[in-house]
Design a protein around this ligand. Structure first.
Ligand code: G4P
Length: 522
């Protein structure tokens, strides 16, 4: 097979959702389709600890969670599927955001009983910022939830994206009869079990479907559907691929219902790897020379060896185990002899990979997040990974002042690795750590102790809303505890607002000061 054919087959995506919306349940169904697991419950056992077979980090064992966002890959109907897991719950961290830089599309799960929730908004914004196509699965139709039209409106208003319902549910909860598949023009009947009956639109008037068609819920839905056809947005694959329209699928991951149709349609529409921007122009995934970038570094996967694994997204050419590549930042040559592919929690050696694939490579302490690796004579780097705004802030000091040298070294390295963000006082050398999730502090504390032998102390500043501002607009007298002035990693001024209210109050009072939100997409 040529490189071009290999690349065309690849579908690399992440599933994003708020905790409990059904990501694990849906992922498990997809793994069943891919024959990666044989029975339901294999993945779902996470709460009972079955899932946590990996012992990459002691912390994982202690908390019974998987810190590592793993990659699952399997062949499906002529495609090669790569699913990147984005950790949710308390293990939400900057890694969750960074994972989104390595995918070509995203599946967003929304719980029909709850609508859009906080974590979904954050992840969605990152997708929008990067123009990643988003496919929506509205889950838990087997429960009494919110009205479908209301849910679509919420997506459009809160997330500011056009929606196109690919299917339309007939009733929900106990009255759930099935879905109209607007795209394939058939009705999928819910039989209350895993079986799905497909009835083509033009066969619905047959006598055997009389009971269904005369059902009041069905009748109501037909009217709704007509309205949708007349007044709703038109489907546009171009708009979907540009990240401007999201195809919406209703279903139930648990039943399961509508999952197969969703996945088949998604796989047929989701983009294969596309050209990516570099410092020297755009790089095509079909280019014969291998290249890729590192989006995550996992340290201490095996504490006995202190090994580090860098997660690399292949962007062009063919990766072959043992090949020599150049690290663009230092122009040094590195031999990639140890490479792994991740299948759920196990690691297998991988011999070759193409654009879209994610591989784990042994890190001899040489890589940084965002690093570009290239084969051949060219010299370029992939776009720098964006900086994501932290949400929580803590001052940090070493318990033992005698250890300040190791303390500084540890912080420097962990920050460089992207484990956590470092800010400083505006006029002082106070160290402030910024994170998007509490887990980042726990990992930081653990690693400082285990790798640098330094015990640290935190003093919480609390949750804050950070806004970047221009140095020339800084007037130090206007900031106070509710709008704390600090410096970012490049020394740039940042204001940490105590609340939405404090932010609005400040804006009213100082309308001339430009406050920049890193996640602002509009
Ligand atoms: P997450 O990974 O996004 O956090 O969600 P997860 O799949 O773990 O699902 C959260 C809960 O929602 C689980 O119930 C799961 O069974 C349930 N769920 C997922 N999809 C559906 C659906 O389509 N319909 C209904 N009714 N429920 C669904 P739990 O009680 O928290 O866990 P468990 O006792 O089932 O393990």
């Amino acid at each position: 097979m040529t490189i071009q054919e290999e690349v065309k087959k690849r579908k690399t995506f992440a599933i994003i959702s708020h905790p409990d919306a059904g990501k694990t349940t849906l992922t498990e169904k997809l793994l069943l389709f891919g024959n990666l697991i044989r029975s339901a419950g294999t993945v779902k056992g996470k709460k009972s600890g079955k899932f946590a077979t990996s012992d990459w980090m002691e912390i994982e064992k202690q908390r019974g969670i998987s810190v590592t966002s793993s990659v699952m890959n399997f062949p499906y109907k002529g495609h090669q599927v790569n699913i990147l897991d984005t950790p949710g719950h308390e293990d939400f961290s900057e890694d969750t955001y960074r994972t989104l830089t390595a995918v070509d599309s995203v599946v967003m799960i929304i719980d029909a009983t709850k609508g859009i929730e906080a974590q979904t908004i954050k992840l969605f914004k990152v997708c929008r910022m990067r123009g990643i196509p988003i496919f929506t699965f509205i889950n838990k139709l087997d429960r009494e939830g919110r009205q479908p039209l209301e849910l679509l409106e919420e997506i459009e208003q809160v997330l500011n994206i056009e929606t196109y319902p690919m299917n339309w549910p007939v009733g929900m909860g106990k009255r759930f009869l099935g879905i109209f598949n607007r795209f394939d023009k058939n009705f999928v009947k819910y039989n209350g079990n895993e079986e799905e009956t497909y009835i083509a639109y033009d066969e619905l008037d047959k006598p055997e479907h009389k009971e269904l068609v005369e059902h009041p819920t069905y009748q109501e839905t037909v009217e709704e559907l007509e309205l949708l056809d007349e007044a709703g947005d038109l489907f546009s694959l171009d708009a979907v691929l540009a990240g401007e329209q999201t195809p919406v699928f209703f279903g139930s991951a648990l039943a399961p219902f509508g999952v197969q149709t969703f996945f088949d349609t998604f796989i047929s529409m989701a983009p294969a790897p596309v050209p990516r921007k570099t410092t020297e122009g755009v790089m095509s995934p079909d280019n014969p020379d291998f290249s890729g970038f590192i989006f995550k570094i996992q340290a201490n996967m095996n504490p006995a060896h202190r090994d580090r694994v860098a997660f690399l997204r292949v962007c062009s050419g063919k990766f072959e185990r043992g090949m020599n590549v150049k690290l663009a930042r230092t122009e040094k040559t590195i031999k990639l002899s140890q490479s792994q592919q991740f299948v759920a929690s196990s690691r297998d050696t991988i011999e070759e990979a193409y654009a879209g694939d994610i591989i784990g490579i042994y890190d001899p302490n040489a890589y940084r997040i965002g690093d570009t690796l290239i084969e051949g004579k060219d010299q370029f780097e992939y776009d720098e990974l964006p900086q994501f705004p932290p949400e929580q802030f803590k001052r940090v000091t070493a318990k033992n002042v005698m250890k300040s040298k190791q303390f500084k070294k540890g912080i420097e390295q962990l920050v460089q690795e992207g484990a956590i963000q470092l800010l400083k006082g505006y006029r002082t050398e106070t160290y402030i750590l910024g994170a998007v999730g509490e887990l980042q502090y726990e990992v930081f504390e653990y690693r400082m102790k285990n790798e640098y032998n330094v015990e640290v102390m935190f003093e919480s500043i609390g949750e804050r809303i950070p806004r970047w501002l221009k140095e020339e607009q800084v007037d130090e007298t206007i900031f106070d505890e509710r709008s704390m002035l600090v410096r970012g990693r490049e020394g740039e001024p940042i204001v940490l607002f105590k609340s939405d209210f404090a932010l609005r109050w400040f804006k009213d009072k100082h309308p001339d000061i430009d406050l920049i939100d890193l996640l602002d997409v509009n």
